[in-house]
Write a new protein. Structure first.
Length: 360
């Protein structure tokens, strides 16, 4: 089986997940994992991974408009490159604005494709214009969908009850060698909130929880990019808190994780979290609110702690880690390969069922 994984984003967790997925699939018996990334992806500069199908995407709104206008010209060349790779099946690792071009090329070649759905619904204040509209168009064309949590699968099933849905998980995201264990620095508890600074991240809840923390027992870094808000201003005003409203390049993520003892996720809603995936691979403690797909994602992590989405519960969960014995960290590589093995099993079953339905 030749499985092509594509993810044409330039920044963020999408290209990382696409790369990890392709590598893990390639390690499975009888499987060749192929990878397609944007030539402009940060991960291409940070790691120079082997990429079977690099593509030019865009770097601005004007560039995106040009790429859309040139789709009819780009399609024959993409079809020819895909024909040489000869994939059996293709997987979109995370939907993006140009995926309908790949869908058209795969359709022309008769190659079935699946889409990994990270979010069935847009989070409040999140996403780009038309993002969910483009995702909906892509999902309609896909042969099957892959949901990363039961939470997302249920939402998809309600919308597209006749579309096959495979179940998978978001595996740990490995950003280089695992750093020293939490607490190795010997100082105050270091708490990190990392990711896009959006309303559903519960930054107001985090600020209220931090007000309940005793002085001088912990420090908090809030790092990520997003619009300035009253919640960020409230966090900046608290003792022991620094706010860094900036994009964190791929090459800096490991150092940021290494600084932290705890990754805190104060979400008011969630499908699953790339922050959790990164913290799991780095062996950090993780404190997350019990919302959406967080319960599934943290279910097997011995360093994961779930709490109610209240200031008292969140602060209590953080404080409990000061004297907690450190359990073994999740085996990130084993979890990644277990995910890939399970997905391949499902793909083979799906392929058999489709062949049977097509008849002789």
């Amino acid at each position: 089986m030749r499985v092509l994984v594509w993810q044409w984003g330039r920044r963020g967790s999408g290209p990382r997940y696409g790369l990890d997925l392709a590598r893990a699939l390639n390690a499975q018996p009888g499987v060749t994992g192929l990878l397609s990334l944007s030539r402009g992806a940060e991960i291409m500069r940070a790691e120079s991974p082997a990429c079977d199908l690099p593509v030019d995407t865009y770097g601005s709104a004007a560039g995106y408009a040009w790429r859309l206008a040139s789709v009819p010209l780009a399609l024959p060349g993409l079809v020819a490159r895909l024909r040489r790779l000869a994939p059996t099946v293709a997987i979109c690792a995370m939907p993006g604005p140009l995926d309908l071009l790949m869908a058209a090329a795969l359709r022309r070649l008769g190659v079935p494709f699946l889409v990994v759905v990270h979010d069935a619904d847009a989070h409040p204040g999140d996403g780009l214009p038309l993002q969910m509209t483009l995702q909906s168009l892509l999902l309609r064309q896909a042969d099957a969908l892959i949901a990363l949590s039961a939470h997302v699968a249920a939402r998809l099933q309600a919308r597209a009850p006749l579309k096959p849905i495979l179940r998978s998980v978001l595996p740990p995201a490995i950003y280089g060698p695992r750093p020293p264990p939490p607490g190795a620095h010997g100082g105050r508890l270091r708490v990190l909130s990392f990711g896009r600074l959006r309303p559903y991240k519960g930054l107001g809840l985090l600020a209220d929880a931090w007000k309940l923390m005793p002085p001088d027992v912990a420090e908090l870094r809030v790092v990520g990019s997003g619009p300035e808000s009253a919640e960020l201003a409230a966090l900046r005003a608290l003792p022991g808190v620094t706010v860094e409203n900036r994009w964190v390049p791929e090459a800096e993520v490991r150092d940021l994780l290494a600084w932290a003892d705890v990754m805190v996720l104060s979400h008011t809603e969630a499908s699953q979290s790339g922050g959790v995936a990164a913290a799991q691979a780095a062996g950090r403690w993780i404190v997350a609110t019990r919302v959406g797909g967080m319960v599934e994602q943290l279910g097997d992590d011995p360093r994961g702690r779930l709490c109610d989405a209240t200031p008292a519960a969140l602060s209590s969960a953080l404080l409990s880690l000061r004297a907690a014995p450190l359990p073994p960290a999740l085996d990130a590589t084993a979890a990644l390969h277990a995910m890939a093995a399970d997905l391949i099993t499902q793909l083979r079953v799906y392929g058999t069922e489709q062949a049977r339905a097509a008849g002789p």
